[in-house]
Ligand binder design. Structure first.
Ligand SMILES: Cc1ncc(COP(=O)(O)O)c(C=O)c1O
Length: 427
């Protein structure tokens, strides 16, 4: 298994080190508040390879976040970098919807080949996860003529004005409430009765049910088997579209290529981003052909596009990343490593009074702490010991573990042991 540069941590300075502290001070003068959290000051990244990150002070870390679930094939994978480099030299920028590049065609063909159950599909590319969700929402409006969405408590679909209404956490929505449509109804995740009741209480049928097959930023919430098939049946019964937001779960993360594949669900629309390219800002909304064909044929100016749609280096990087996932069967690896990691954590943390649950699917694992201060303290302590972790959950109570899918088994064990020990030290 290629586990490029998976090395143990090497911490040479206090954390954050003097270089990070200096940069933090400079950043505080120029960046808008509430973008980068500077209290405590972060480490500033300088270099990455595989599961390793080096900061500006020369400290080496193991990244158990894959940078928000992006680096599925590892950070700065040489094949991905080479593909982006090659394309950048030839064609740094295309005109994605006017004069497209061959790399866009090849990427769309590749994505189509992975649409669940081999169903014929069409794709619209974009730059961020939020863009992909917005494309799916626009498509569902075009297809159904309706505009309400049934989404879920705990859902995170982005922070753009188009996705804020379907992201559940009030903290993000409240300052902008006056500008947001009130056409989202939130049902409890993984609660069949509540979904039915929520749907019944809506004045008009929703255009779509929008669901993350496993909630990511909501805290690694894995639904019971049967929940997604239930949503599929409900959508079919009411002629409502099913949008699967696989921006976090896609490309092998949960042990199958898409999380929908686990129960052989075919969504009407599938949103992708993050791990699609393992590091370039590119995303996609793929849909069943019959649904995507509700977009009218182009008569000139595109009804939906972006300046950087089909960005050639992004397309080439995504193709290279997907080919690595296929070649190395990283979906299976995520399943095997994930099962082992989950067992290990469950065993070691059952007696820990600071931990209320350990859950996950593939390499998307959450440790639910009894309060957010334990989670925060563990994130900081792990960072001091050379492990990068992110908190998740709407209350910040979960330790999120989403490493690169090709992390070596030894390095993953080392990092998990560090988390367990940090939690033990707080008992
Ligand atoms: C499931 C899901 N959907 C959408 C998004 C938004 O993606 P982006 O931040 O690239 O806009 C995220 C980001 O974390 C996500 O996890």
């Amino acid at each position: 298994m290629s586990a490029q540069n998976s090395l143990p941590p090497s911490i040479k300075t206090e954390i954050p080190g003097p270089g990070s502290q200096r940069l933090s001070k400079r950043l505080s003068e120029v960046e808008t508040h509430d973008v980068t959290c500077l209290n405590p000051p972060p480490i500033f990244w300088q270099k990455s390879s595989g599961a390793n990150i080096w900061d500006v002070d020369g400290n080496r870390f193991i990244d158990l976040s894959a940078a928000f679930g992006v680096a599925n094939v590892g950070h700065s994978h040489p094949d991905v970098v080479a593909a982006a480099e090659r394309e950048s030299r030839e064609l740094l920028h295309g005109m994605g919807d006017v004069y497209p590049s061959e790399s866009k065609v090849a990427l769309l063909e590749k994505l189509t080949s992975h649409f669940p159950q081999g169903e014929k599909s069409r794709t619209t590319l974009s730059s961020s996860g939020s863009d992909a969700v917005e494309t799916a929402i626009k498509t569902s409006i075009l297809k159904t003529g309706r505009s309400s969405i049934l989404a879920f408590e705990g859902a995170y679909h982005g922070l753009s004005l188009g996705t804020l209404p379907v992201t559940h956490n009030v903290k993000f929505r409240k300052p902008f409430e006056s500008r947001l449509p009130r056409s989202t109804h939130f049902a409890r995740f993984d609660d069949i009765n509540h979904v039915e009741a929520t749907m019944a209480a809506m004045n008009e049928k929703p255009a779509a049910i929008l669901v993350e097959p496993v909630q990511g930023r909501g805290g690694e919430n894995v639904p019971q088997p049967g929940f997604l098939p239930f949503l599929r049946d409900l959508c079919d019964k009411h002629e409502v579209l099913l949008i699967a937001d696989e921006i976090y779960t896609g490309f092998g993360r949960t042990g199958t290529f898409f999380a929908c594949n686990r129960e052989e669900i075919v969504p009407d629309l599938l949103c992708l981003g993050k791990g699609m390219s393992s590091g370039m800002p590119i995303s996609a909304c793929i849909g069943r052909e019959s649904v995507m064909n509700s977009w009218p044929k182009s008569k000139g100016e595109a009804l939906h596009t972006q300046t950087f749609l089909g960005h050639p280096p992004g397309c080439s990087a995504a193709l290279a990343s997907i080919e690595i996932i296929e070649r190395m069967n990283l979906s299976l690896r995520a399943k095997e490593l994930g099962d082992k990691a989950l067992n290990f954590l469950c065993e070691r943390l059952t007696e820990n009074s600071k931990v209320s649950e350990v859950r996950g699917l593939g390499l998307m694992i959450g440790i639910e702490c009894t309060n957010s201060s334990t989670a925060q303290a563990t994130v900081q302590e792990c960072l001091r010991r050379g492990i990068i972790l992110l908190p998740s959950g709407e209350k910040g109570t979960v330790l999120s573990i989403t490493p690169p899918l090709n992390i070596s088994s030894e390095i993953l064990s080392f990092a998990l042991t560090t988390i367990v020990e940090s939690l033990e030290d707080q008992q």
